[in-house]
Design a binder for this molecule. Structure first.
Ligand SMILES: *[C@@H]1O[C@H](CO)[C@@H](O)[C@H](O)[C@H]1NC(C)=O
Ligand SMILES: *[C@@H]1O[C@H](CO)[C@@H](O)[C@H](O)[C@H]1NC(C)=O
Ligand SMILES: *[C@@H]1O[C@H](CO)[C@@H](O)[C@H](O)[C@H]1NC(C)=O
Ligand SMILES: *[C@@H]1O[C@H](CO)[C@@H](O)[C@H](O)[C@H]1NC(C)=O
Ligand SMILES: *[C@@H]1O[C@H](CO)[C@@H](O)[C@H](O)[C@H]1NC(C)=O
Ligand SMILES: *[C@@H]1O[C@H](CO)[C@@H](O)[C@H](O)[C@H]1NC(C)=O
Ligand SMILES: *[C@@H]1O[C@H](CO)[C@@H](O)[C@H](O)[C@H]1NC(C)=O
Ligand SMILES: *[C@@H]1O[C@H](CO)[C@@H](O)[C@H](O)[C@H]1NC(C)=O
Ligand SMILES: *[C@@H]1O[C@H](CO)[C@@H](O)[C@H](O)[C@H]1NC(C)=O
Length: 495
């Protein structure tokens, strides 16, 4: 017998599918839930393994942050619908040069989308990644819409504009509401003009508006909402917006977006939640149990709303969970939790259970993952440890110590356990090379797993041998010595 939950989620999918088929009939196949697949990891799970993971969990949509050919090759021939990304750093050149946009499309798109058995079903190109994030200042504003337009023109020229749409994922902080209430929603004043240009561009080409929603950030950074309100808890104190009562942060934020878009003259634009999730480590309340509560609350909320007779605008067209896997190289500028957004750990193991409505009851783990050997680097307690703290800090600046921060899974390790954690993180990131456990003689390699309670001392993934050398590595290894030898020969000839 199907559980009430899975029935409910299929109703959600049905409703979303019908909403979608009305508003965007050109999309051949629609699934409501996708995931963000980021690769900012020191030892990323090999793309073919990630593909198995996606398939086993019946996830049919992925959003990428770049156009890594190895990732795209792994998706070729699959039925997964893909959003490829263009980093913010490329927006300037793509704005100023149509040629650059044509090159981007040619190099990164054309060969993958061509028809045939190996085709990658690229649906969207995301021009930039949250380029209007307030903490970036205004550095990208002048280039975003121009870059998106040039990419669109390049798609038209390549005869791909009917298959692939250009979108711009926006951060939630482009929206403001002084009272914190949806009915007062509007754009942040300094980005208002650019947002008007962007929406004009999107609506002209029937592209949806991509936006990140982050109740976790609202809770963690703005501290203006309660944990209950963020986690869809029944007991949350509701907010009264004269016309409507809000029982959770998700709907409050979503309706703030709707108000702002309507006020700007775009009440009917399709909305895609490009990122939404809850981290599981690196901050107080970033835990697996809260993440599970959030994801279940979100799925239930969407289902409940989809049961009501609402206009298409009342539900997002699609939702992309952030993220698929933990990434130990993500910037921690805005917090240690940044490296812990995954539904799955870095090695593809589910952190908790949630029915994403894709038919599978339980999340399925990645199988046959290849690890380095069961070895760890710890501090040798029998020696003088007066220099150990400094060494550990050095190790942490290169490796990932985000789990040691207050409120995190390894915060309870007492000294010198935390020193061992730092040493080990560095050692694993350096593929267990003996010299990376030196630490001035204080490091000790052990085969006894030092993990305690919630604190996991990782063993990293073994790099796939099938990964080809990157261009510049090839240059350094082969071409550059050849050039050097040549220069010596020439010098000898002329001297
Ligand atoms: C963006 O590109 C357009 C068209 O090439 C150009 O006129 C404009 O100056 C560029 N913007 C900036 C800020 O460079
Ligand atoms: C193709 O995409 C990759 C990765 O995003 C980027 O490094 C490269 O510069 C792109 N190619 C062109 C011609 O822009
Ligand atoms: C925070 O929430 C309160 C209501 O609980 C509201 O009065 C206040 O304006 C909000 N502040 C912000 C910055 O949203
Ligand atoms: C935003 O821009 C639009 C169009 O230029 C204008 O009508 C509106 O008043 C602006 N809103 C704000 C808050 O500046
Ligand atoms: C919400 O506020 C309106 C007036 O602002 C009031 O009439 C209504 O009773 C309130 N509803 C609740 C449930 O507090
Ligand atoms: C996290 O939750 C605890 C209670 O479990 C609370 O005391 C604390 O203030 C919360 N942390 C943050 C950053 O809000
Ligand atoms: C600590 O480091 C300093 C400077 O590198 C060094 O001179 C000293 O001998 C070290 N102390 C121990 C106990 O290793
Ligand atoms: C850390 O220790 C405190 C006090 O013993 C305990 O309440 C808390 O649950 C522990 N945290 C973790 C992550 O183990
Ligand atoms: C380890 O814990 C000690 C004592 O709590 C603290 O002073 C030190 O900074 C910690 N080191 C690291 C790398 O977290």
């Amino acid at each position: 017998m199907a559980s009430p939950n899975s029935v409910s989620i299929s109703i959600l999918s049905l409703v979303l599918v019908s909403v979608l088929s009305i508003s965007t009939f050109f999309i051949p196949e629609v699934e409501a839930i996708g995931v963000n697949w980021g690769t900012a990891a020191s030892h990323p799970l090999p793309p073919p393994k990630v593909l198995e993971l996606l398939k086993a969990n019946k996830i049919n949509k992925v959003k990428l942050f770049d156009a890594d050919p190895l990732v795209l090759e792994s998706l070729s021939g699959s039925n997964i619908l893909v959003t490829v990304g263009i980093p913010n750093s490329m927006l300037r050149s793509l704005n100023s040069s149509l040629k650059a946009a044509e090159r981007w499309v040619h190099d990164n798109l054309t060969r993958f989308v061509s028809d045939g058995a190996t085709r990658v079903q690229i649906e969207y190109i995301a021009a930039g990644d949250e380029p209007f994030l307030e903490s970036y200042g205004e550095q990208f504003y002048p280039f975003v819409v121009g870059a998106a337009a040039n990419i669109h023109t390049a798609l038209v020229k390549a005869n791909l504009a009917n298959k692939v749409k250009v979108v711009v994922p926006c951060s939630y902080d482009v929206f403001r509401s002084e009272s914190g209430l949806p009915s007062k929603g509007h754009f942040r004043p300094n980005v208002n003009k650019t947002m008007m240009e962007l929406l004009t561009f999107l609506s002209k080409h029937q592209s949806p508006f991509f936006v990140t929603l982050s109740p976790f950030r609202s809770y963690h950074e703005v501290k203006n909402i309660s944990l209950d309100f963020a986690l869809f808890r029944e007991r949350a104190r509701p907010r009264n917006d004269s016309r409507k009562i809000y029982k959770n942060s998700f709907q409050l934020s979503y309706d703030t977006i709707i108000t702002a878009l309507s006020r700007a003259g775009f009440p009917h634009i399709d909305i895609v939640i490009g990122q939404i999730g809850w981290p599981t480590d690196g901050a107080a309340n970033a835990t697996s149990s809260h993440a599970e509560e959030f994801m279940k609350g979100l799925m239930d909320h969407l289902h409940t709303r989809s049961g009501k007779n609402l206009s298409p605008q009342d539900l997002p067209m699609e939702i992309y969970i952030f993220g698929l896997l933990d990434e130990d190289q993500r910037s921690i500028a805005s917090g240690n939790f940044e490296r812990h957004w995954g539904l799955f750990t870095f090695d593809g193991q589910a952190k908790y259970q949630v029915d994403l409505g894709q038919g599978s009851r339980k999340l399925v783990n990645a199988q046959d993952v290849q690890y380095h050997s069961s070895k760890w680097c710890v501090v040798n307690n029998n020696l003088d440890l007066s220099n150990a703290t400094a060494l550990a800090l050095d190790a942490c600046s290169a490796a990932d110590c985000s789990s040691l921060s207050p409120g995190s899974s390894c915060f309870n390790l007492s000294w010198p356990g935390n020193i061992s954690y730092a040493f080990n993180s560095y050692y694993q990131q350096h593929d267990q090379k003996a010299e990376s456990c030196a630490f001035g003689g204080l490091g000790l390699i052990t085969t006894v797993d030092p993990s305690v309670d919630t604190c996991r001392f990782v063993v990293e993934l073994r790099a796939s041998l099938s990964v080809p050398l990157h261009g510049h590595t090839l240059f350094c290894l082969i071409i550059s010595p050849m050039v050097t030898i040549l220069l010596y020969l020439i010098r000898d000839v002329f001297s």
